[in-house]
Ligand binder design. Structure first.
Ligand SMILES: Cc1cc2nc3c(=O)[nH]c(=O)nc-3n(C[C@H](O)[C@H](O)[C@H](O)COP(=O)(O)OP(=O)(O)OC[C@H]3O[C@@H](n4cnc5c(N)ncnc54)[C@H](O)[C@@H]3O)c2cc1C
Length: 386
C-alpha cells in the first residue's frame, strides 16, 4: 500500500529528514518536500552573505536531495491533523500519512528602522544597506549571542571603513566559559568592533537614534512561524510544536517535529538549543521513527547532544568552545586561525552530511545526548506539562 510522507520546510532538519526517508529504498513510500524557497538556504552563512564575504548563501536543492524526493515550492498555511491534509498558500492541498514539521525559525520582532539578517530576504536587504553606507558610517549590531558576535566581526573585517559596534544587554556569549569569552572580546577588539556591553537597545522607539548609528542590524534571537498554533496543534509559549521525546507531536502520532520549530517538552531536553547542530539529528531521527513505524516497530526517543560551539570572527579568526553533551562548556577552547578553519570545516560538513544521507539512508550519525535525569524521559515517555 502506498504511503506518503510530507516534509514541511526545506532547511537543515527538513532536507535531512526527506533524504533519510527517500534513500530508504521503499517503493511504496512517496516523499514530498514542501518549502517556499527555490534553493536551499545555508542559514549558518547568512552573516557572511550580509557582510559581503560570500556571494550566494544558497545551494541548489538538486545537489542535496535524493532524486526520489518530490519537491513542491509553496508554503503551508494550515494543517488539518484530523483530515491529514496540509493547506498551501498556492491554494492546493497536500494529503499525508506522515508529516514532518520542520518550518524552522526567523528573527524575533524587528523594530522599524533596524534590519535582521536571520533569513535570506533580511540578509539581502542588510547586505545592500551595508554596501551603500559612506565611509565612516556607524553600524550597530544589537544582540549578545553568537550570531550577533559573528555578524559584528564579519562586518568589521569586510568593511574596514565603517565603525562597527556590538550592543549587548548583558554579558555577550553567556554560554561559553569565562576564558573563551575573554578571547572573544580580544578578537572583537582586534577586528575593530566597539563593545558596548550593558547597553540594551530598546525594541520600541528609534533603534538608530538609541544606538547612535546609521544602520542597525538586529540579531537578538529567533522566533518561529505560527503555523502549528493556527492549526490548533499543541505548542509552547513561543509557538513551537510540542513533541514527545520520540519527536511525535503531542497527541499527534502521525506528525513529527524537528529543528527550530519544534520543542521536546520537559526539563530533560531543555539543553537542546535552536541550532543547525540539533536540527539535523532531529530531522534524521524523525525520519527514522517514521521508517520504524512502517516496519511495525515503535518509535525510539530522540538522543542527540553537542560537541562544541564554533564561532567565525571574520575569515581568519574564530573561537571553538568545546562542550559536554548537554552544551555546558568545558575549560578547553580554541582561538585564532585554527578555530576559524574548524568552523569552516563544520559549515562544509553540514552539506556533506546531507548529501551523504541522500546516498544512503542512515549514513548520518551525531553526538549522543546527556544521560536523562528523569526515568520517564529515559524510557521515552512524555513528561507532564506544567
Ligand atoms: C547568521 C546565522 C548563523 C548561524 N550559525 C549557526 C552555527 O554556527 N551553528 C548552528 O548550529 N546553528 C547556527 N545558526 C542557527 C541555524 O541556522 C538554525 O538553527 C537552523 O537553520 C535551523 O534549522 P531548521 O531546519 O530547523 O530551520 P531552517 O534552516 O530555518 O529551515 C526552515 C525551512 O522551512 C521553510 N518554511 C518556513 N515556513 C514554512 C511554511 N509555512 N511551509 C513550508 N516551509 C516553510 C523555510 O523557508 C526553510 O526552508 C545560525 C543562524 C544564523 C541566522
Amino acid at each position: 500500500m502506498e504511503t506518503t510522507a510530507v516534509v514541511l520546510g526545506g532547511g537543515y532538519a527538513g532536507v535531512m529528514a526527506a533524504n533519510r526517508l527517500a534513500a530508504s529504498k521503499r517503493p511504496e513510500l512517496n516523499v514530498v518536500l514542501i518549502s517556499p524557497e527555490e534553493r536551499f538556504v545555508e542559514r549558518i552563512r547568512l552573516h557572511e552573505y550580509t557582510a559581503g564575504t560570500r556571494k550566494d548563501p544558497t545551494v541548489a536543492f538538486e545537489s542535496l536531495l535524493h532524486p526520489g524526493v518530490f519537491r513542491l515550492t509553496d508554503a503551508a498555511v494550515g494543517i488539518d491533523a484530523a483530515a491529514r491534509t496540509v493547506q498551501l498558500a498556492g491554494g492546493s492541498t497536500a494529503d499525508y500519512d506522515h508529516l514532518v514539521y520542520a518550518v524552522g525559525s526567523g528573527q524575533t520582532k524587528v523594530p522599524d528602522g533596524a534590519l535582521a539578517i536571520s533569513t535570506r530576504a533580511g540578509a539581502e536587504q542588510a547586505r545592500g544597506a551595508l554596501a551603500a553606507l559612506a565611509p565612516g558610517s556607524r553600524v550597530a549590531v544589537v544582540g549578545g549571542g553568537l550570531t550577533a558576535i559573528e555578524t559584528a566581526a564579519e562586518t568589521a573585517y569586510r568593511h574596514p571603513g565603517l565603525r562597527v559596534s556590538l550592543h549587548a544587554a548583558d554579558v555577550p556569549a553567556p554560554r561559553v566559559s569565562a576564558g573563551a569569552r575573554r578571547g572573544l572580546a580580544r578578537s572583537l577588539r582586534r577586528a575593530g568592533v566597539e563593545q558596548r556591553t550593558g547597553t540594551p537597545v530598546s525594541p520600541s522607539g528609534n533603534p538608530r537614534a538609541a544606538a547612535d548609528a546609521d544602520l542597525v542590524l538586529w540579531c537578538t534571537g529567533f522566533s518561529v512561524p505560527d503555523l502549528a498554533r493556527v492549526s490548533g496543534l499543541p505548542t509552547d509559549h513561543a509557538g513551537r510544536l510540542l513533541v514527545e521525546p520520540n519527536l511525535q507531536g503531542r497527541g499527534q502520532p502521525r506528525i513529527y517535529g524537528a529543528g527550530d520549530a519544534a520543542v521536546i517538552a520537559g526539563p530533560d531536553y531543555a539543553y537542546l538549543r535552536m541550532s543547525c547542530a540539533s536540527a539535523m539529528p532531529m530531522g534524521a531521527e524523525a525520519a527514522a521513527n517514521i521508517l520504524r513505524g512502517l516496519d511495525g516497530l515503535p518509535p525510539v526517543r530522540h538522543n542527540s547532544g553537542f560537541g562544541g560551539q564554533c564561532v567565525s570572527l571574520g575569515r581568519s579568526d574564530g573561537m571553538v568552545q568545546f562542550v559536554r553533551a548537554d552544551d555546558t562548556p568545558v575549560r578547553f577552547h580554541l582561538h585564532g586561525r585554527l578555530a576559524a578553519a574548524q568552523k569552516e570545516i563544520i559549515c562544509r560538513m553540514t552539506l556533506r552530511w546531507i548529501r551523504g544521507e541522500a546516498k544512503r539512508s542512515g549514513a548520518y550519525t551525531w553526538p549522543k545526548g546527556p544521560r536523562m535525569r528523569t526515568a520517564a524521559a529515559a524510557q521515552g515517555e512524555a513528561p507532564a506539562l506544567s
